[in-house]
Design a protein around this ligand. Structure first.
Ligand code: PLP
Length: 344
């Protein structure tokens, strides 16, 4: 048996499934899919996809073919869209052979896909974010005329803001869908769902809100926390008044203190921005982070928790909206930074 790591990322399955159902309801006549790229934002794509499949989700979005490969045997490949499309002829051939759906983003990718006789695909139309995707004009290219298009996608640049770009992108996407005259329509990410029915199309593509993120005020109170980073107290020690704690002694004990050294550090994605700011939770109490976060350790105040001792687990305070406000990191970074040492 392999030794268990002293840190784990606990996933509240009920909360995840709740969030998907709620986003599905909020998507109105459209059905909610799930963005499971980047290992489901760090939570574990296989586990998340299996849970959401069983909850009724049937549209999954990954960035790369290598991510789709992890879902073989978990979800029907015809329900998995590969957002970045094929990067080479070999990759296009693999995607076609395995029955996944590439999202084609350029004429070059259309050529790669046609060369495989690959079948069903999606198209990404750029309506103002200026990353990847076809321009309006390219949609009339004869190479696209007989493609078997399942879904026409676009992606919002500022869905979580009250920006005039939202309505503009919605109009351009509607026009592109009408011009193509085939395929289902998909525009909204998590925040986009809250922009209203005009943004829903047939399929929405929430990511962050599935995993407990609250990207816009309209989703407050709707979304439950899903990810809980937990770690073991490796050592308890007494620190005398006047002594410094951690690198560079950025914290000096104002009184005698009982402190705990927790097996969590910036190598795990618990970044140095939490130094002197973060907290761990145990039994309803908040335990402040003292001094700098190290690569593999963080020191917390145990003065008020004599009941906690070496070997006990604590949970990082990681409620995404407040954690983002406090740390200066985005809710997306907070999740995707969580490292490989966590057992998931
Ligand atoms: C990541 C991504 C999403 C999900 O966005 P969230 O803001 O996490 O809901 C949707 N669509 C595309 C194209 C994406 O890249």
């Amino acid at each position: 048996m392999l030794p268990e790591p002293p840190l784990r990322l606990t996933l509240d399955e009920t909360a995840l499934i709740h969030n998907w159902h709620r986003l599905n309801e909020l998507s109105g006549a459209a059905r909610a899919g799930a963005a499971v790229k980047a290992n489901a934002y760090g939570l574990g794509a296989v586990r998340v996809a299996r849970l959401l499949r069983d909850a009724g989700c049937r549209d999954f979005f990954v960035a790369y073919a290598s991510e789709a490969a992890e879902l073989v045997g978990i979800v029907d490949p015809a329900q998995v869209s590969i957002l970045h499309g094929p990067q080479s002829a070999d990759e296009a051939a693999w995607v076609a052979a395995n029955g996944f759906r590439p999202v084609l983003n350029s004429i070059a990718q259309v050529q790669l896909w046609r060369a495989t006789n690959g079948g069903a695909c999606d198209l990404m139309v750029d309506t103002g974010i200026n990353r990847i995707g076809f321009s309006q004009e390219q949609l009339s290219d004869p190479l696209l005329a007989d493609l078997d298009v399942t879904t026409v996608l676009s992606h919002l640049a500022s869905a979580e803001e009250d920006s005039p770009l939202n309505a503009l992108q919605q109009q351009r996407w509607s026009a592109a869908c009408a011009a193509l005259g085939r395929g289902e329509r998909s525009l909204a990410n998590s925040a986009g769902i809250m922009l209203g029915a005009d943004f829903h199309g047939d399929v929405t593509r929430p990511g962050i809100a599935l995993y407990g993120g609250v990207p816009c005020a309209a989703l407050e109170g709707e979304i439950r926390q899903v990810a809980f980073p937990e770690a073991v107290i490796m050592q308890v020690r007494q620190v005398q008044a006047g002594q410094g704690i951690g690198y560079n002694s950025t914290f000096v004990a104002p009184r005698d203190m009982r402190v705990g050294v927790v097996a969590l550090g910036y190598a795990d994605g618990y970044l140095r921005c939490w130094s002197g700011k973060g907290a761990m939770l145990a039994g309803g109490k908040r335990l402040d982070v003292l001094g700098r976060v190290s690569m593999d350790m963080t020191v917390i105040d145990l003065s008020q928790t004599p009941e906690l001792s070496e070997g006990d687990w604590v949970t990082a305070d990681y409620f995404l909206p407040t954690a983002a406000a406090l740390s200066g990191l985005s809710q997306y970074e907070l999740l995707t930074a969580l490292g490989r040492r966590f057992s998931r």
